[in-house]
Design a protein around this ligand. Sequence first.
Ligand code: ATP
Ligand code: PRP
Ligand code: MG
Length: 317
Amino acid sequence: MYHLSKRYRYVITPFSSISLSDRLLFGIPKKGRLHEHCLSLLNGADINFYRHNRLDIAPVSNLPIALVFLPAADIPKYVADGNVDLGITGQDMILESQAEERVEQLLDLGFGKCKLQVQVPIKSNIKKVEDLVGKRVVSSFVVLASAYFEELDKKYLSDDQKKEGKKTKIEYVSGSVEAACALGLADGIVDLVESGETMRAAGLHAISTVCNTEAILIRNKHSSNDSLIAKITSRIKGVIAAQKYVLLNYNIQRHSLSKATKITPGRQAPTVSPLDNGDWVEVQSMVCKDEVAEIMDKLEEIGAKDILVFKIDNCRV
Ligand SMILES: Nc1ncnc2c1ncn2[C@@H]1O[C@H](COP(=O)(O)OP(=O)(O)OP(=O)(O)O)[C@@H](O)[C@H]1O
Ligand SMILES: O=P(O)(O)OC[C@H]1O[C@H](OP(=O)(O)OP(=O)(O)O)[C@H](O)[C@@H]1O
Ligand SMILES: [Mg+2]
């Protein structure tokens, strides 16, 4: 049992009652696509916790924080209303909850990347998004879908149709949205697409994009614990940077150093150390993981030797 009001926060576990009043509350998606990513982020940031079976509040053992496991869709509202201080959710959920003005967005987290798209059956005669205007659309994102089609209605419905009160009908379903067209519930849907596998399996294709989304760290604007929030943000930033970068180490002749540092400028500047053999220097530089193969090719071309790539476990940048 737990209570999340500002005045009286506590959690009763099967073994004890833990006061939450001195703890910063951090909302984490309790299931779904963001859950595992969040757990690995917490692990990388050395935020240690033990979660009792079935309990949605877990005190952190090494910091004055309690994790609150909540549906991703509810996290923007909890953060905006100050029931929790900090949270991770999707950008799409923030927009759908109309919370973008009421929370502070601290950090894009680089996972949970996908698009909210308008989809129709491949075999349907609806080919463009304007062909859907005035028809039936089903979505879990009714706020975003309604705002999107309201603009299209204004543009594409005739004056007579507007006078008759005709508009695109947006209906809510909570999941398995892709089944709606086959079931005869809708002419089109608005739902998330990442690989496109679910969409294609349902015989659908995308005809327009409502928005792009990724996971984001948000905070309540009035939360009092700025220093702890800054500490968590900085740790998470370090984990993300460590996942994004690798450390490149190589040797190069001094006369090629200026060419080399253009290829690996580092975040501030590369570290350059002389080797015993006076002609050569050793260079160390952080580079983007995605670009490392190309960078190694370029370094080889200008005569770099002993090029080594190291994984970064954690960092502060
Ligand atoms: N296929 C996907 N790829 C990447 N991110 C996604 C995908 N589906 C959802 N997300 C992101 O994860 C957030 C939570 O959606 P998800 O469907 O995982 O949660 P849920 O609906 O609570 O869980 P479940 O679908 O298991 O019931 C979405 O708002 C979106 O930001
Ligand atoms: O483009 P894809 O890689 O196939 O991913 C898209 C699917 O992922 C999400 O579904 P989820 O797995 O959360 O199931 P749900 O529909 O039950 O929410 C989303 O609602 C799509 O259905
Ligand atoms: Mg889902």
